[in-house]
Design a protein around this ligand. Sequence first.
Ligand SMILES: NC(=O)C1=CN([C@@H]2O[C@H](COP(=O)(O)OP(=O)(O)OC[C@H]3O[C@@H](n4cnc5c(N)ncnc54)[C@H](OP(=O)(O)O)[C@@H]3O)[C@@H](O)[C@H]2O)C=CC1
Ligand SMILES: CCCCCCCCCCCCCCCC(=O)[C@@H](N)CO
Length: 383
Amino acid sequence: MDPRELIAHFHLPQLLSFLHSSYSNTSTPILGASALLCTIILYTIAKMFGFGSQNEFNVEGQTVVITGGSDGMGKAVALELSAKGANVVVVARTVSKLVTAVDEMKAKAANIFKQKFHYISADLTDPVECERVIAEVTTWNSGAAPDIVWCCAGFSRPGYFVDVPIQDHRQQMDTIYWTAANTAHATLRNWLNPVPPSGQMKTPRRHLIFTCSTLAFVPIAGYSPYSPAKAAIRSLSDTLSQEIEMYNGAYTQRHRSDAPAADVKIHTVFPMGILSPGFDNEQKTKPELTKKLEEADKPQTPSEVAQISIRALERGEYLITTNFVGSVMKGTALGPSPKNSIVGDTMLSWLSNLVFLQVIPDLRSKAFAWGKQNGLPGSTPAS
Ligand SMILES: NC(=O)C1=CN([C@@H]2O[C@H](COP(=O)(O)OP(=O)(O)OC[C@H]3O[C@@H](n4cnc5c(N)ncnc54)[C@H](OP(=O)(O)O)[C@@H]3O)[C@@H](O)[C@H]2O)C=CC1
Ligand SMILES: CCCCCCCCCCCCCCCC(=O)[C@@H](N)CO
C-alpha cells in the first residue's frame, strides 16, 4: 500500500481515544512494559527501512572493483554504482563482455567527465592474477588503492553428488570460494599494510563485499558441488568480520603508531535465484528434483538484486538478503554471525526456526517420494 494512503486512513483522535479506553483499566507496570515494547518494535521497523540513519555506503567519487562485473548481478552492480557516481573497474576473463560492460557503465554514468571506467581480464582462480588486479587498479587510480571491492565472480554447476565428476566439485570450489578468497587476500594485504602516522591521510571507510547464496544457509539436494563453497565464503566472512576489528582498533591510534590507511568493513550478500546468463546455464544441468525443491524461489532480475543489496549496504547491514524467503532462510542459520539488528534478527530467527521445523522434513520427504516415484536418475521409471 502507498504510505500516503496509509496516512490518509489514519485518524489520530480516534486512535488516541481507543488507546485511552483500552488502557484506562490497566496497571502502570503493564502500561510501561507495553510502551517499551512498542518503542522497541517501532525503532526496529524504522531501522529496517533506514529511517534516521546516514548513508553508510556513499560511492560517489569512490573507486570500486567488481569481480564478475561483466555479466549478471556483477554487471548490474557496476551499472548501479556508475549511476551513483563511482569510478568502476570490472574484472572477469572474457574481454568482449568486459568491453560491453564498460560501454554500458559509461552510458549510465552520473557525470562522465568526473568518473572513469576500466576493465581487467583475469582468471581469479589464480592468486597471482588477483595480486596483479589490485596492483593494476592502484596504478590506474593514480597510486591510490580501491575504496570498495565487491566479489561477484562465480557460477553454479548443479547435479547429484555422485553423478558430478569429482574434478568438477573441486572446480566449483575454485571458481566460487577461491576466486573470492584470492581477491579478499590480495585486497586486504594492500588495505591493511601498516602506514606510519606521518603517512596517514583522511581516507574514507573501505568495504569488502562477498556474494554468497541463501544455499549457504539451507541445503537443497542437487547443489552439493556449489553450496559447500558458498558456505565456506560465509565462514570466511564471519571470521574476517571479527579479525578486521583488530585492525580497526589499531586504526583509531593512527596518530601515534603504525596503522592501516583506513577503517574496513566486511559485508556478504546472499541472493536467491538471479535471472542471469549464469542461471540460464545452470538450468541445463539442474536435476528436476532440485527445480521442484526450489519452487519457493521466485528468481529476481540482476538489477533488482543489485539495487536491494546496495540499499542494504547504505543502511550498513552485514549479512544481506534480497527478499522475504531469503531472510527466512538466513534467520534459521544466523547462529553466531554478527546481527544487523538485535531485536529484528532475533525475532526473525525465532520465526524462521519454527518454519524450518516443517521445511527440512518436507524437503527430505519430497526427495524420498521422488526416488520412490521416478527411481534412480537416468533409469527407466517403474511402470
Ligand atoms: N544466478 C543465480 O541464481 C545466483 C547466483 N549467485 C551468485 O551471484 C554471483 C553472480 O552470479 P550471476 O549473476 O549468475 O553471474 P553470471 O554467471 O551471469 O556471471 C558470472 C561472472 O563471473 C565471471 N567469472 C566466472 N568465473 C571467473 C573466473 N574464474 N575469474 C574471473 N571471473 C570469472 C564471468 O565472466 P567470465 O566467464 O568471462 O570470466 C561473469 O562476469 C555469483 O557469485 C553466483 O554464484 C547467488 C545466488 C543465485
Ligand atoms: C517461508 C520460507 C520457506 C523456505 C523454503 C525454503 C525453500 C528453498 C528455496 C531454495 C532457493 C535457492 C536459491 C539459490 C539460488 C542459487 O544460488 C543458485 N541458483 C545457484 O546459482
